[in-house]
Design a protein around this ligand. Structure first.
Ligand code: SAH
Length: 238
């Protein structure tokens, strides 16, 4: 039997109606009917098994039967900081980072960054994270926040045990990436890259420079590559 379909819901209670958007999808696309089993998640890491008690024009009502603990969350807590990218590139990074198991995402503006951010875009990014979590069976949804400056972003990651700053003009990585510790902050610049003084600032704040090899990668490739290395070292891939 196929796994129960997953739905995002806020304020999960024993008897509840799915949001209009999730309800519409459940009814019109997935054709859910009374008696079908579903999984609900609220992004906090908990999941709930529920049964559809009503599926009609008023929406989908469910009865929650039990709470489950998700075993899909990485043991290493990873915070991605990414420069705001042009077009829908930031969305792509949020989607891939969520799939790779990142716990929190910060988008920042920096000296050579030409993309801008607003409330709508931020809301859209959080929605992309929710959809990605749903699709890859995660019960936690990484929150996406915006920082107006690189310094603000770097300070937000300063509590992390390991702080990595992917820098395109470095020939070598300053520190062995193996044994990343329980919390990792990984920083990747926007299309415009970083300025020398931005790297100096990161160093002052305890970040170590990381080289991703001899080729200059696009920002989105760099983010996915760095996160893959971190997750691999943390034993989360395979
Ligand atoms: N415009 C820059 C490239 C920016 S690449 C230039 O022409 O040089 C965007 C971001 O991806 C960089 O800021 C860095 O964080 C990351 N990146 C790309 N290639 C990298 C590499 N070889 N090593 C480390 N970081 C890299």
């Amino acid at each position: 039997m196929a796994a129960p379909k997953r739905f995002f819901a806020q304020n999960i209670s024993e008897e509840m109606t799915l949001s209009e958007e999730e309800g519409r999808h459940a009814k019109n696309v997935l054709r859910l009917a009374e008696g079908d089993e579903v999984t609900l998640f609220d992004g906090s890491g908990k999941e709930y098994s529920a049964v559809v008690t009503r599926a009609d024009r008023q929406g989908i009502t469910v009865h929650v039967v039990r709470e489950n603990v998700s075993d899909r969350e990485p043991k290493t807590w990873v915070f991605l900081l990414i420069g705001a990218l042009k077009g829908d590139k930031t969305e792509l990074v949020v989607q891939k980072a969520t799939e790779l198991g990142v716990s929190r995402i910060g988008v920042f503006s920096s000296r050579y960054c030409s993309a801008y951010m607003n409330e709508n875009k931020l809301e859209r990014l959080n929605r992309v994270a929710r959809e990605a979590a749903k699709q890859c069976l995660r019960a936690s949804v990484p929150r996406v926040e915006y920082y107006e400056t690189l310094e603000e972003a770097l300070r937000a990651g300063s509590e992390c045990v390991t702080r990595l700053f992917a820098c395109e003009f470095l020939d070598e990585t300053e520190k062995d990436l193996i044994d990343t510790g329980a919390t990792v902050c990984a920083v990747v610049g926007s299309e415009g890259g970083f300025a020398e003084e931005e790297y100096a600032l990161a160093q002052r704040l305890g970040y170590c420079g990381v080289s991703l090899g001899k080729r200059i990668l696009r920002a989105e490739t760099a983010a996915i590559a760095l996160l893959s290395v971190v997750m691999h070292e943390a034993g989360e891939l395979g």
